[in-house]
Write a protein that binds this ligand. Structure first.
Ligand code: FE
Length: 301
């Protein structure tokens, strides 16, 4: 089947403490943040006018994930595919497209009610590149903005939706115990050369998003960001480590919303030709030690 979805284009996060988020993203992670007139915030990683949109609200969770397709024809084809699968998709219209800074979009949900958007024609600001206060440059391009991990209740159903309906390919699986005594099976899905743009994890947490990953171009930027986080009292949910499957060298600062950002470097690029699905026995080749959050931010687990 033809897969219309090319990349994770943007995400919207509903956050309850915008000021802390602006400090966390801008001053600690080195991602430039700017406020819009409506009070929401754009975080920029590249020429896209917005990659991560922060919207003020109580939920502290993923508000929407925006998947990019190549053009109007591909968007139409995806809309037809969803209809054929019996999934309702709406066209929110020009006002929402203008808000998302894209030419057009459709909106639908996955099997657990995650709000998904598919769009084409994102506004590019090559005239005004994002200026990171620490000179961080992020790896995006054809690999999209990074990856998201979603918590799910019925993983098999979610896998069917993302592979059979949306055309994602399975990269691999990890069968491990991130917390000892609790077996966990995580599956990793790709829609371009990035090892995964999406992972599905059956973990019992009270929100949809487990983490959002952004990838720096330089290893030093990961080290610098980690020490800025540590020096500013940010909790690291996982210490520095290297993942077994996508080889990402990363650490996981807990965002002001209680979910994690994975801040990485050196992720594997998948070559479809020679790829085969494997199962990894561990989350990481080394490091990534889980650290329990301070009580006030604690999720179940
Ligand atoms: Fe990750």
């Amino acid at each position: 089947m033809t897969a219309e979805i090319k990349a994770l284009g943007y995400v919207g996060l509903e956050v309850s403490d915008m000021d802390r988020w602006m400090h966390f993203a801008g001053d600690l992670l080195g991602i430039p943040a700017s406020r819009r007139d409506d009070g929401s915030v754009d975080l920029r990683l590249d020429a896209y006018s917005c990659r991560i949109r922060l919207i003020e609200g109580a939920r502290d969770d993923l508000a929407f994930a925006g998947w990019e397709v190549s053009d109007a024809r591909a968007l139409e084809a995806l809309a037809v595919r969803l209809m054929d699968a019996g999934i309702a998709a709406e066209r929110p219209g020009p006002e929402v497209a203008k808000d998302r800074r894209v030419r057009d979009l459709i909106r639908f949900s996955d099997s657990e009610g995650t709000v998904l958007e598919a769009f084409y024609g994102p506004l590019q600001r090559t005239d005004a590149p994002p200026v990171s206060p620490y000179g961080v440059r992020f790896k995006t391009g054809r690999q999209g903005l990074g990856h998201i991990v979603l918590a799910c209740r019925d993983k098999a159903r979610m896998m069917d939706f993302y592979t059979d309906v949306l055309g994602f390919r399975i990269s691999d699986h990890i069968e491990t115990e991130v917390i000892s005594g609790r077996p966990l099976s995580i599956s990793f899905l790709r829609c371009n050369g990035r090892h995964h743009s999406l992972a599905l994890a059956p973990v019992p947490i009270p929100r949809k998003i487990v983490h959002l990953m952004v990838e720096a171009e330089q290893l030093d930027d990961v080290g610098r960001a980690m020490y800025r986080c540590l020096e500013n009292g940010v909790h690291l949910s996982f210490t520095l480590g290297r993942h077994s499957n996508d080889e990402m060298l990363s650490f996981y600062p807990m965002s002001p919303s209680g979910f994690d950002i994975e801040y990485g470097w050196g992720g594997l690029e998948v070559d479809d030709e020679g790829w085969h699905v494997v199962t990894h026995a561990t989350n990481s080749a080394w490091g990534h030690h889980f650290q329990r959050p301070p009580k006030k931010n604690a999720d179940a687990g």
